[in-house]
Design a protein around this ligand. Structure first.
Ligand SMILES: [Mg+2]
Length: 401
């Protein structure tokens, strides 16, 4: 069996033209990139790449030139060949990681189809038939909707400002038995000292984890938070490969690793990360905030097969097109997704639906909604603007305390 071609499917994710975005739906700049590896025997495999999809599409085209003629069943060897081929570009990063991921995922899909087995059965068999998920809430109303759908875990994201009152209100809404998480999104304006102060407030709210309390490349700051706060920590969504996740695990900086199934390097890299984490009693909760539906299937196969799978992130209320661009579409029951049983990944692209949403833009402007970009001012370097705006961002005391 030989690889004959790799086709890519890049799409814009967001509201249809002229249709207002639903509450919580993706807007603007998000892209999904799917690919299909074709073979001379007619078997095809699909994968998904996150990281920077519009850029990764070209990386996939480049990598295809060294894969044509290769046997798609030699998954690990071909991964190494691709990895070495990108070495001259510097570290792999999440763009290279995204390209390797989508291709490797498709090779597993092919192998499963050839052998007539779901990918999980080629990875050692499964521990579980369903994978628990957690949803996102920025209001008590949304948290209640998740609970009503059967979820028992909710994550609150800080966007723009720390809001301890909101976290406390959602804890009250979901009750003491549900899991609650906070994602600070690793803002550099939050110093280690800030993150510690926030973390100490969060100690009272019985969190499952406190995610990216500081900028993820600032591992020494994360160490300070680790040493000072008695809340489980989570990180890892912005790194790829075992080499990227290694310091988080080896330094015991976190309790939960969160590799992104679309850019971590592939199914085997995810399993290796999980094994590294297992040896440190660290659990795995893959990031899925920007992923499309194919990577979600891959996450289910990985999580079915590792002992230390915690739960999968799921944007339960996102864009309605998610369910239309693949078949079958996943839907949660009682806050969990069923592990697929069909050969391979168990999902196929609906190409005519994907074609309705051509990519237009894949970069976000300033996350601000108020001041936008302000050249020559304190707003110029948003990533480091920090202390001057702390007062508006960092509400350390809950109202009534
Ligand atoms: Mg996150």
């Amino acid at each position: 069996m030989k690889i004959t071609d790799i086709k890519t499917y890049l799409m814009q994710v967001g509201p249809r033209p002229g249709v207002p975005a639903k509450d919580g739906s993706f807007r603007g700049s998000r892209n999904w990139l799917f690919l299909k590896v074709e073979t001379d025997e007619g078997v095809t495999g699909i994968g998904e790449c996150s990281g920077w999809p519009r850029v990764i599409e070209r990386a996939v085209e480049d990598l295809a030139t060294i894969l044509k003629g290769e046997d798609p069943r030699d998954i690990d060897r071909l991964w190494q060949r691709m990895y070495v081929a990108t070495m001259g570009h510097g570290m792999t990063g999440t763009v290279g990681g995204g390209a390797l991921t989508g291709i490797e995922m498709a090779l597993w899909d092919i192998k499963g189809k050839v052998l007539g087995q779901p990918v999980w059965n080629l990875l050692g068999g499964k521990f579980r038939d369903t994978i628990p998920c957690y949803g996102h809430a920025k209001s008590t109303k949304r948290a209640r909707e998740l609970m009503d759908r059967g979820y028992s875990a909710v994550k609150v994201g800080f966007t723009g400002a720390v809001d301890l009152d909101l976290v406390a209100a959602i804890r009250d809404e979901i009750g003491p038995d549900a899991d609650l998480m906070v994602d600070a999104h690793g803002p550099s304006w939050m110093t280690a000292a800030d993150a510690i102060l926030v973390g100490r407030e969060l100690e009272q709210l019985d969190l499952l984890f406190y995610e990216d309390p500081v900028a993820p490349e600032n591992l020494d700051a994360l160490q300070r938070v680790r040493d000072a706060v008695n809340v489980p920590l989570a990180a890892g969504e912005r790194v790829s490969t075992i080499y990227g996740i290694r310091p988080y695990i080896e330094r015991d900086l976190v309790d939960v690793i969160q590799p992104d199934t679309g850019r971590a390097g592939g199914i085997t890299q995810m399993r290796k990360m999980a094994a590294m984490a297992e040896s440190h009693y660290i659990t795995l909760a893959p990031h899925s905030g920007s992923l499309g539906p194919v990577a979600e299937f891959a996450a289910l196969h990985v999580m079915a097969t590792v002992p230390n799978a915690l739960m999968l992130e799921r944007v339960e209320f996102d864009w309605e097109g998610r369910a239309e661009v693949v078949s079958p579409a996943l839907s949660s029951t009682n806050g969990a997704l069923r592990v697929p049983d069909a050969p391979g990944l168990g999902v196929e692209l609906v190409e005519e639906e994907i074609a309705k949403y051509p990519s237009q833009r894949n970069v976000t402007d300033m996350p601000e909604t108020d001041g936008a970009y302000e050249p020559g001012t304190v707003g110029e370097c948003v990533y480091f603007q920090s202390r001057l705006r702390r007062g508006t961002r960092l509400r350390l005391k809950r109202t009534g305390d």
